[in-house]
Design a protein around this ligand. Structure first.
Ligand SMILES: Cc1cc2nc3c(=O)[nH]c(=O)nc-3n(C[C@H](O)[C@H](O)[C@H](O)COP(=O)(O)OP(=O)(O)OC[C@H]3O[C@@H](n4cnc5c(N)ncnc54)[C@H](O)[C@@H]3O)c2cc1C
Length: 384
């Protein structure tokens, strides 16, 4: 017979958002259990650099009492930024003088920081939620892969783009934005790919034109992480042959899309080491929201998946987790008041960010790119 356990607060998903919520609750003496489908904390490499914004992610890390630890892990020089055109002409360069409000950290390092800040046993790995349902008494019941069932007073969907909790509150599902990525890496760039290392610089680099481009980052391990990005039909990535590190066909097909681009940019594809990873970019509708449903809510991508072109998703996941934790602590014994207060902050904030992400997408993938992106940065300069 299946036994049913009870967890007062169950957080489905141990990404940045779910972990921040658990941590903020923990620093206020409130326990919660996080369920994640991954086999362990390090089952999957959490690649990529994230810039953590002063007005969101950094506030969350302070609320989680992890700000000093975060600062110790920041990538020096990572806030540098370049914008190039398809001929690899440098059109804008921002140097990192250490005073910017968006320091960069490796995503895996940030996640490790959060994981190790939680008491042993808070996170249940290898725990994939396969279904969730409301019970008559306001609680929810969750079934995990493998058949384990538990009930909870507060069910938080922090389970990302394809959330299993979201259908409890909303019928919306993410839609393809029309943008496809192929992710690739150039390892040990200074030594093995000095030309590419020089081209990208010490932080982020956009090389754009003709509705496509390269979004590149210098990583803390000395590699270059590149998103080759273009407008494409949703079936396009599925038609590429990614076997044998893309040499079976994907690299040649990508290079064909960048005919006429500077050889230094084409080299980023030709010289890529390791596997090439295809990725469709999806988003929920701008302004996604739901009516209050007792005993459950969403945070992070589960609540407001957006394209990454404003660099807001991880920052929002962090601040959502911190805000939800704070609201629960501020309304002891009244979770509905806490969830109402949280969602009143969540909905307008994520709508603004989703709008900015959609505008970022149009600027980056415009036929006249990189001009619209340069104009956007010039507006930020004027405003600051
Ligand atoms: C290519 C790319 C680049 C990006 N770059 C940036 C950037 O530069 N800056 C930025 O701020 N944001 C960026 N983002 C967005 C950012 O990655 C996300 O917004 C952020 O990770 C969302 O955090 P989350 O905790 O909500 O969800 P996730 O990070 O997706 O975490 C969800 C967790 O839930 C678990 N899970 C999923 N389903 C289940 C289930 N059924 N049961 C149990 N566990 C489950 C997963 O294993 C995972 O650990 C980028 C996104 C992409 C795709």
């Amino acid at each position: 017979m299946t036994t049913t356990t009870h967890h007062p607060i169950a957080i489905i998903g141990g990404g940045l958002g779910g972990l921040t919520l658990a941590r903020v609750l923990h620093v206020h003496g409130v326990g919660a259990t996080v369920f994640d489908l991954e086999a362990s904390a390090n089952a999957r490499t959490q690649g990529g650099m994230l810039d953590i914004h002063e007005e969101s992610g950094q506030i969350a890390l302070r609320e989680a009492r992890l700000y000093e630890e975060f600062l110790a892990e920041v990538h020096p020089g990572g806030q540098a930024m370049r914008v190039l055109d398809k001929h690899a002409r440098l059109l804008r360069e921002d140097r990192d003088d250490g005073t910017g409000g968006r320091p960069e950290i490796d995503r895996g390092t940030l996640r490790d920081l959060l994981v190790s800040s939680l008491p042993e046993g808070t996170i249940r790995w290898n725990a994939k939620a396969v279904s969730c349902r409301a019970l008559d008494d306001g609680r929810h019941e969750v079934t995990l892969a493998g058949g384990e069932v538990f009930t909870t007073d507060l069910l938080v969907g922090a389970d990302g783009a394809w959330s299993r909790v979201r259908p409890l509150v909303s019928a919306s599902t993410p839609a393809y934005t029309g943008i496809s990525f192929v992710e690739l890496d150039l390892f040990d760039a200074e030594k093995r790919h000095p030309g590419s290392a020089e081209l990208i610089g010490g932080g982020m680099c956009f090389a754009l034109g003709d509705e496509k481009g390269f979004l590149a980052h210098r990583e803390t391990d000395g590699s270059l992480h590149i998103y080759v990005a273009l407008r494409a039909d949703e079936t396009w990535l599925g038609s590429l042959d990614f076997t044998n590190r893309g040499t079976g066909g994907a690299k040649a097909e990508l290079l064909r899309h960048f005919d006429g681009w500077a050889p230094a940019l084409r080299d980023l594809i030709a010289e890529a080491d390791g596997p090439l990873v295809p990725r469709h970019i999806h988003a929920l509708p701008i302004g996604h929201r739901w009516s209050r449903i007792p005993g459950t809510t969403l945070l992070g991508d589960a609540a407001h998946l957006m394209s990454p072109f404003a660099g807001e998703g991880a920052n929002l996941a962090l601040i959502d987790g911190a805000d939800l934790g704070r609201c629960l602590v501020e309304h002891p014994g009244d979770p509905e008041a806490a969830l109402t207060a949280y969602e009143a902050i969540l909905f307008p904030r994520s709508e603004v960010a989703a709008q900015e992400s959609a505008e970022g997408l149009e600027a980056i993938f415009d036929a006249s790119a990189p001009k619209p992106l340069l104009d956007m940065f010039a507006q930020f300069d004027d405003a600051s």
